[in-house]
Design a protein around this ligand. Structure first.
Ligand SMILES: *Cc1c(COP(=O)(O)O)cnc(C)c1O
Length: 421
């Protein structure tokens, strides 16, 4: 459930008419709901209730400082994948002992930053990375808490670009080599293994791949303990999917996911860590855009929006579907017809939807892309020197711009002309 509903004939974000925000900040913009973000985080809290656990919000899904501050206030830890994200977590008030550092290519600079600022654990993905972290830790005179990300070789049954748990992916070390690799960790004085990490992909719509992965992690926990390693934590990654399609089969709920974790791993005496991103933020955000032109073509009509692929790249990059709804509620029973919904960028890929059935629409009308809160604003660029679009956070009847649209001057001033020109 989200908090973007029609009321009195128009779309509201909580208790604010979306049209009012559009009038105030201009289009396009992202809009997030505090109530939805909060509810989604709490669904995971409820799902893991009764087990020692920490929910580390995967901020790469939506990393505006206001969203992170909200998450921190709700008690979230953070999963970060870069020095920049680490700095964001600290700036949002998340203590180092609640920050998990993931990612396949952490640099020594990033390792130093996190060791000096405080970190719960590094999730390591390769042996060269282990050697590097060992050296950095020793040079600082500290011992780095680590897990090893194991690749369980399961098919996450998701889009190829966001599947990470098959042996052909670049992520983690093959689970079949885990015992050998943990022995190596134990031999490095700058590292201390504290648990096991696994993350098999994103937008999973079935629990079956999780079941397979968790069973392998359960067996590995026993095997590593038998080898004398202390396995205190199991980091199970993120990846739970959300419904993007109006008539999609429903992805599993956090409660079912939590029950599966309890069933398979509940008796291991470990603290459970999970790293949800998309499920927290995805349906908590919309992208609002205005129709610039209705272009009637041969056999197809185009709605040309002021939003484009640089603002929301998911359709171009992942063939992703977003429901696109008019901000003014269509009259019940009005005839719909197909439109190609496109942005103004000079790329054929700048197409959000083809043949999408919509009620009559024309220039000046507002539309909202649903489920745009995750992997939306964070993946935006200024291609075509289109300014990064504003982000707005709503709470009940209030809204605030949480990132302003830069002016053209600000964009231009970021560049420097060398002295010889
Ligand atoms: C991307 C990622 C996540 C979050 O995935 P979602 O699908 O957004 O829940 C969690 N952990 C790691 C290591 C990731 O790379």
């Amino acid at each position: 459930m989200d908090h973007f509903l029609y009321r009195d004939g128009e779309l509201y974000a909580e208790d604010v008419p979306v049209r009012d925000i559009a009038d105030g900040v201009g289009t396009p913009f992202y809009c997030y709901s505090t109530a939805t973000l909060t509810r989604h985080f709490q669904l995971f809290e409820e799902a893991l209730h009764g087990m020692p656990h920490l929910i580390c919000y995967a901020m790469k899904a939506a990393s505006n400082q206001a969203i992170l501050t909200l998450m921190a206030q709700l008690g979230a830890g953070m999963d970060v994948v870069s020095g920049g994200e680490y700095a964001r977590a600290i700036a949002a008030g998340v203590p180092g002992e609640r920050i998990v550092f993931s990612g396949v290519g952490k640099t020594r600079t990033e390792m130093r930053q996190a060791l000096q600022g405080g970190v719960r654990q590094f999730n390591l993905e390769s042996e060269p990375e282990m050697e590097a972290l060992n050296e950095v830790a020793l040079s600082l005179g500290v011992v780095a808490p680590v897990t090893v990300r194991v690749n369980p070789d399961v098919d996450a049954q998701t889009h190829a670009k966001i599947a990470t748990g098959k042996s052909e992916n670049k992520f983690g070390i093959p689970i079949t080599r885990a015992r050998e690799v943990y022995a190596r960790v134990a031999a490095l004085p700058g590292l201390r293994a504290v648990g096991i990490d696994v993350h098999i992909g994103s937008q999973l719509t079935s629990l079956e791949p999780y079941r397979q992965a968790f069973e392998k992690v359960a067996d590995l926990t026993d095997a590593l303990r038998a080898d004398g390693h202390e396995i205190l934590r199991l980091d199970l990654g993120g990846g739970l999917g959300i419904p993007y399609l109006r008539d999609n089969q429903a992805p599993p709920l956090p409660l079912q996911y939590g029950a599966l974790i309890k069933e398979i791993l509940g008796d291991k005496g470990c603290e459970i860590e999970i790293e949800p991103g998309r499920l927290v933020a995805g349906n908590a955000g919309i992208l609002v855009s205005r129709v610039i032109y209705l272009k009637e073509g041969e056999g197809r009509d185009f709605l040309i929006l002021d939003g484009a692929m640089n603002d929301l790249i998911r359709p171009a990059m992942y063939d992703a579907h977003h429901d696109i709804v008019p901000v003014m509620e269509p009259v019940a029973g009005v005839a719909q017809r197909p439109f190609d919904i496109v942005g103004p960028v000079c790329e054929s890929g700048d197409t959000f939807a083809r043949g999408r059935m919509m009620p009559p629409m024309g220039a000046g009308d507002l539309v909202a892309f649903r489920s745009a809160g995750a992997y939306g604003a964070v993946m935006a660029s200024e291609y075509n020197t289109r300014p990064l679009i504003p982000e707005v956070l709503v709470q009940k009847d209030q809204f605030a711009v949480i990132r302003a649209r830069p002016s053209f001057e600000e964009i231009i001033e970021r560049d420097t002309i060398p002295p010889w020109l």
